[in-house]
Design a protein around this ligand. Structure first.
Ligand code: UT7
Length: 340
């Protein structure tokens, strides 16, 4: 069997905010948002919900689907750009505590919307060399808490949620990766770091007390996301189609042989453009952003779980998972479901 996804799970908060709801307080409309993005509504975390609580819920469902107990988990990786704390303690540690995964190491991974594929690759390396242990790979975000809700060009795009998978491996250490027909490409372009940013961080020096030379307490900075939509759009179309095609070429598969593409759900028009470039029918692309909007690192695992539970992702299907995001980052995995 080798390295395999043993189970999937996802969680979307019950509170839904529609485009019409946003249009009550912003100069926008459902017509504009839907025609420019394919989004009608998004889920928004409520009181008592956070990135860690949603991540734990998605992970519980994935462990249940996999038939795996918390003690069997040896690693928890949470891909997120919106951790409960910024940045420590890690959300993965909070999840480890919530789930009682007493034998698991835990860390967060930040590669923005491409984070889930990066995390999957980390966990794949782990189970490859520690086959007795299972890994939980989670993408979870509470993006609605870092948006500038007065900026109509960015706040309409995002939503909250979490998705998770459990990875396992029954080959001896190091053997599975030699046999696998899966492949992953990870990439980045730091020159585009200004295209999507979150305010705050440590790049600005603290004010200094002129008399003592000792730094003063920092003024609080609201976490806010800024976006250069056009530049990101062009980068997304270019990289999603290139990574998918490159993966097919590496594995000796023609793109038309793919059964499903799970592309990061940022904008329906981006996915349509990628489908055109790859000369694939749009029906091969999983689309859920009409009701989820962009959930960043959670978008691919939420899509996988929805497809599995809808019976639309079957064993043996050739799939590509491909994402892009702030950094800029991009990442894709080709596999024959559910083997990695
Ligand atoms: O996961 C990574 C993050 N995702 C992304 O970065 C998404 C990538 N980019 C996009 O999805 C698109 O670029 C947007 C949806 C953000 C913008 O769509 P667009 O077709 O590129 O619109 P635009 O920025 O060219 O704006 C066209 C017009 C502008 O008005 P003027 O200057 O032509 O008068 C905007 O002010 O539409 C206006 N506009 C809006 N109008 C109504 C921008 N946002 C809105 C809005 N409602 N929500």
């Amino acid at each position: 069997m080798g390295i395999r996804i043993l189970g999937t799970g996802s969680y979307l908060p019950p509170k839904v905010v529609t485009n019409d709801d946003i249009a009550h307080s912003l100069d926008t409309s459902d017509e504009w948002i839907y025609s420019h993005t394919g989004i009608h509504s998004r889920h928004v975390a409520g009181d008592g919900e956070s990135t860690s609580s949603m991540a734990a819920e998605a992970a519980r469902k994935a462990m249940e689907a996999a038939g795996v107990q918390p003690e069997e988990i040896g690693l928890i990786v949470v891909a997120t750009s919106t951790p409960d704390y910024n940045p420590f303690p890690s959300t993965a540690c909070l999840v480890q505590g919530l789930l009682g995964c007493v034998n698991a190491g835990a860390f967060d991974l930040q590669a923005a919307c491409a984070g889930f594929v990066y995390a999957l690759e980390q966990a794949r390396g782990f189970v490859n060399f520690y086959p007795g242990k299972k890994a939980l790979v989670i993408g979870a975000e509470t993006l609605t808490r870092i948006l500038d809700w007065s900026d109509r060009s960015s706040c309409i795009l995002f939503g909250d949620g979490a998705g998770a998978v459990v990875l396992g491996n029954d080959e001896p250490p190091g053997v599975a990766s030699l046999k696998t027909k899966a492949h992953t490409l990870l990439g980045a372009d730091g020159n585009g770091s200004g295209f999507i940013q979150r305010t705050g961080g440590t790049r600005m020096a603290l004010p200094i007390n002129a008399d003592t030379g000792v730094p003063l307490k920092a003024a609080p900075v609201l976490p806010e996301l800024t976006l250069q939509g056009h530049d990101v759009f062009a980068f997304a179309v270019r990289t999603l189609s290139k990574v998918s095609r490159d993966l097919c070429e590496l594995l000796g598969t023609k793109p038309e042989e793919l059964d499903r593409v799970f592309a990061h759900q940022a904008n329906g028009r981006i996915i349509e453009a990628v489908a055109r470039r790859m000369k694939l029918p749009l029906e091969k692309f999983w689309l859920n952003l009409e009701t989820t909007a962009n959930t960043s690192a959670a978008s691919i695992p939420i899509s996988l779980d929805q497809a599995v539970r809808a019976g639309e992702l079957k064993d043996g299907m050739k799939i590509v998972m491909v994402g892009f995001g702030a950094g800029l980052t991009y990442a894709g995995t080709y596999c024959t479901w559910p083997n990695l």
